[in-house]
Design a protein around this ligand. Sequence first.
Ligand code: SF4
Length: 343
Amino acid sequence: MPSYYIWTIGCQMNKAESQKMADHLETFGYQVTDALQKADLVILNTCVVRQSAESKVLGMLGYLKGMKNQKPDLSILVTGCFVDSDIEQLEKNFPHVDLFIKPSDYIGLCNWAERQSPVITEDIVRLPSNHEVTVSVFIPIIQGCNNFCSYCIVPYRRGREMSRPIDEIASEAIELAKHGTREVTLLGQNVNSYGHDLPVPSDLGDLLSELNHIVGLERIRFLTNHPKDMSRQLILAIGSLDKVCQHINLPLQSGSNHVLNAMKRGYTAEQYRHLIGNIRRQMPEVALSTDVIVGFPDENDEQFKQTLAMLEEIRFDTVHVATYSPAQVPLRPRSIRIIFRLR
Ligand code: SF4
């Protein structure tokens, strides 16, 4: 039986997608190994949101090049946000990689696996995840992002928003609950946009209501939100559904309107403050976390102090802080056009 090893870096979405890839590979007869050096197939599930992440990916690609020299039968697949639209250029730059797959392209992975060892092919892409079902599981509900925050590469790599149908997500959650999962975390770059692109438009509140009925499921979480898209109906739904955890991660990014505007975030500090007021009125016990970027290009001391003042005023339960730094472009030819990224 051929063995596989999946190396994952980045957000929860990548972790969830690695799990899904593992499920598909096992359908084709692959068996997981805990040591990269022992694997017949290595998949790199990559992230380039931060410079340090891209450097690690390049380091792994260099390491695998040496490994393939020693072991020519080794198969190397690369997926995740490192894979841009210019796959031809990637193939020229990294000829030791067998296949570059766009993020969440399970069909591409299955087609490749089928060519290597055709075992089972029927409807595998739609099978619910059943590999090592655990108490808490991530479920991607929407891919891509329609916002173009000026510092973020995600829309360029993951494309525009694409929601999974409610019944498909519900079936997966029912199956997971039957096998012992008690908590699901719904994932998306912007879960507040969920459903607008479905044939019958719906929203995250509709999905939460549907999942709230599932027998065996006890807790439902969701990540991550966008302040400009968090509607009043959604806040009401979160507050009224007993299985939905009253924990909201609402990225602030900056307390300065000037910086928010430069980031193209689509809201002001006042609108953000107003939204927090609405959430706390509806859910007095809510746990709030946020993300903040410091050192955005041209941010001055006064603007930084405005962010600090917002943090002191709102008193979040958790604050995730990232510093900003110029990317060391070009790390690879025809890399990205974004000049600054999170470190
Ligand atoms: S909303 Fe999030 S994923 Fe979308 S562009 Fe902005 S930071 Fe990136």
